[in-house]
Design a protein around this ligand. Structure first.
Ligand SMILES: [Zn+2]
Length: 471
């Protein structure tokens, strides 16, 4: 009597160290003498790495069984000749996998250099052959446009708009689209059915995720740049990889894709700049609101990448540099307050309308002097109390409206009016987190170094605060 076991669907690609329960059960059953013959599609389906191959061979030898394949000759592991054959199959199969991988990435790079659309899943807005899918492209165009004009459009708002939601933060001009994974699966199923294959489950039409929106905004293909991703050397910092994906020709110029751009280059680059702004840099969940002063703003002193918050600490994910948030923040805030209290501060303020701002400042100073004089006159019994009150009310009302105008004029600096406030230090302390981050980013670059173990006192040299060139 012969017990047969068929191994199906044991894909050999992917991680080589994954446990395959069916494979383990097969080996155990062979060991227990329950199986005499193993039937597999081909050798690579059975072994996935050197270790698995050797285990199959040794088990087959010990239990004197026959390995038989739909593709390729049998391996009779009851003799030395059969075992040698098994070993050779294993080596050849692995080599083929490697060569195939290399050939594929070479072919893809070649395609990219010629500006041909990359193979693989189509992006939103383009068909697999690179043609524009117009109703999707319209949505993409609007998403880019809104994000580039920086009118307060958030990534979460764009995700909600594509999902068909409404709300105060949700732009109305973005057309609703079904989720791309769903669209792609429906299209794939149509092809499968045409080929006589059963359809696969279609994902629900849920909400667009903010991370998908960021991937769209980061994709150079929309600006007509040819792209190539080397799967073998993806760097850890995903934010940089988008630029790295743009294929350059021999002169270092970006290669143009043979497809129609959906957004113009200027818009695309403006969007990249906006995404890079540390005050609104996206964290891994795509949220643009920050809870901590330095996360995504301070840099690792070793590798220069931006640190993230990890509990009560700032941490570089790659170097493992880890510093208590409070210690770093206290030091940075102290230096910023010191900078804001310097008398040369006014010279560093970027302004929209210089002459008008000067006139406003002079006007405010004149009115404040009038109040002072009236107060002195009252003290010297030159004027009555009600006269002083009248002067104060009149001048303070005028000053308040001048200050409102000044805030509006300087709002373009995005620094919340901190720099040109009467008392910049207090204005800074009163400002919200986003403004504080912008002010810090305006003046300095903060780099975090490890703190010596066992040292109790804070060493300022371990938090490098580098002034920025202004003006
Ligand atoms: Zn680092």
């Amino acid at each position: 009597m012969e017990a047969r076991r068929r191994l199906r669907g044991q894909r050999h690609h992917g991680k080589g160290n994954k446990v395959r329960p069916d494979f383990e059960r097969l080996l155990a059953d062979v060991e227990r003498g329950l199986i005499d013959v193993v039937v597999a599609q081909e050798w690579p389906r059975l072994e996935r790495n050197r270790t698995d191959g050797v285990r199959v061979i040794e088990t087959a030898q010990r239990c004197e069984i026959l390995l038989t394949f739909a593709k390729g000759p049998d391996i009779d592991c009851t003799n030395a000749m059969g075992r040698l054959a098994a070993d050779l199959y294993s080596a050849i199969a692995r080599n083929e996998i490697e060569v195939k991988g290399e050939r594929q990435s070479r072919a893809q790079l070649q395609r990219a250099r010629q500006g041909r659309p990359p193979k693989g899943q189509r992006p939103v807005g383009y068909a697999t052959n690179g043609d524009v899918v117009e109703h999707e492209a319209a949505a993409i165009r609007e998403v880019f446009r809104l994000f580039a004009v920086a009118d307060g459009t958030t990534i979460a708002g764009l995700a909600a708009a594509l999902s068909g939601k409404e709300g105060p933060q949700v732009p109305k001009s973005v057309p609703r689209l079904p989720r791309h994974t769903r669209t792609v699966m429906i299209e794939r199923n149509a092809r499968r059915v045409a080929e006589g294959l059963p359809p696969k489950p279609v994902p629900d039409d849920g909400k667009w995720s903010t991370s998908t929106i960021v991937s769209i905004l980061r994709n150079p293909r929309y600006a007509g740049y040819s792209v190539y991703t080397n799967r073998l050397d993806r760097t850890k910092n995903k934010r940089q990889t988008w630029y790295a994906q743009i294929v350059k020709d021999d002169d270092g110029e970006p290669v143009r894709g043979q497809w129609e751009p959906i957004v113009d280059e200027l818009t695309w680059w403006r969007v990249q700049e906006r995404l890079n702004e540390p005050s609104r840099v996206t964290n891994r969940t795509g949220s643009t609101t920050r809870k901590h002063l330095g996360s995504g703003l301070y840099r690792c002193g070793h590798c220069e990448q931006r640190v993230r918050t990890n509990g009560e600490r700032y941490r570089c994910e790659d170097c493992g540099i880890n510093r208590t948030r409070r210690h770093v923040d206290d030091w940075v805030l102290r230096l910023i307050r010191e900078r804001l209290s310097r008398p040369d501060l006014a010279d560093t303020i970027p302004t929209g309308d210089e002459p008008r701002l000067k006139a406003i400042a002079a006007d405010i100073a004149t009115r404040q002097a009038k109040i002072k004089r009236a107060t002195a006159d009252y003290d010297n019994e030159i004027i009555e109390g009600y006269d002083l009150k009248r002067v104060r009310e009149r001048e303070n009302t005028a000053i308040a409206s001048l200050e409102t105008e000044r805030r509006a004029l300087t709002a373009t600096t995005d620094l919340g009016g901190v720099l040109d406030a009467e008392d910049p230090v207090t204005a800074f302390d009163d400002a919200d987190l986003m403004i504080k981050r912008r002010v810090i980013d305006f003046f300095v670059t903060v780099k975090i170094h490890p703190h010596p173990r066992g040292s109790k006192t804070f060493n300022p040299a371990t938090v490098e605060v580098v002034p920025k060139q202004l003006g």
